[in-house]
Design a protein around this ligand. Sequence first.
Ligand SMILES: *[C@@H]1O[C@H](CO)[C@@H](O)[C@H](O)[C@H]1NC(C)=O
Ligand SMILES: *[C@@H]1O[C@H](CO)[C@@H](O)[C@H](O)[C@H]1NC(C)=O
Length: 216
Amino acid sequence: LGTGSGIHHPGVNVTDAVTMWLRAGGAAIDTAYDYGTQRLIAKGVAAAGPATTAPFLTTKVPSSSYEKAAAHIDADLSELGVAAVDLLLIHFPSLRMESTYDTWRALEDAYLAGKARAIGVSNFQAKHFEAMRVRKPRVWPPALNQGSLSVGYRDEATLAYCSRAGIGYMAYSPLCGGPNGSSCRHGSVLAIPEVKAVAAAHGVSAAQVALKWIVQ
Ligand SMILES: *[C@@H]1O[C@H](CO)[C@@H](O)[C@H](O)[C@H]1NC(C)=O
Ligand SMILES: *[C@@H]1O[C@H](CO)[C@@H](O)[C@H](O)[C@H]1NC(C)=O
């Protein structure tokens, strides 16, 4: 399980949230070049102290030119204060798939240089994977696709494509969902009556039910 660090929620202190997350036994932290929370995360990890396990770090860079993508990757690593991240993703496919492919080449080089232990994508659908695959990338398939997935929302076609292609699937907005992530078209998953009923029947929290549903 990982915590996000997008600053969509005014008043949330990312540094404190990361420290609390790690002290509570949280394993992973997710950021992105566009979030600008890398330095706050590094501070939160340092404050959590050596007794906590080093977190599994994910970051994402926007579709861009090769040179800009390479610079975004280096900036992320430097601000996070690490030599390598565990997972490096393309944040969104571009309408111009050419720049998304150029960005993938920068991810491949980062992977081959040891700056990322795995590389993948986010918010991709089958057509985006196919547009990349036909160009015969050096590293393929991507380790995973990070997408909106929750009791309230799932993209069945993309899940099926990824399963067939051997591409993992990592859920974001697991307690909320909807195509716009935090916009929550279906409202909070924690308020869905079925989720609440299952939680009550098993004596656990609605959040535990919602997360377990994804894993299962
Ligand atoms: C967030 O928390 C950190 C650590 O407790 C603190 O140093 C920092 O000032 C806080 N940031 C804001 C914007 O309140
Ligand atoms: C998602 O965001 C777009 C652009 O802001 C908006 O037009 C659309 O209505 C939103 N969809 C949902 C389900 O919230």
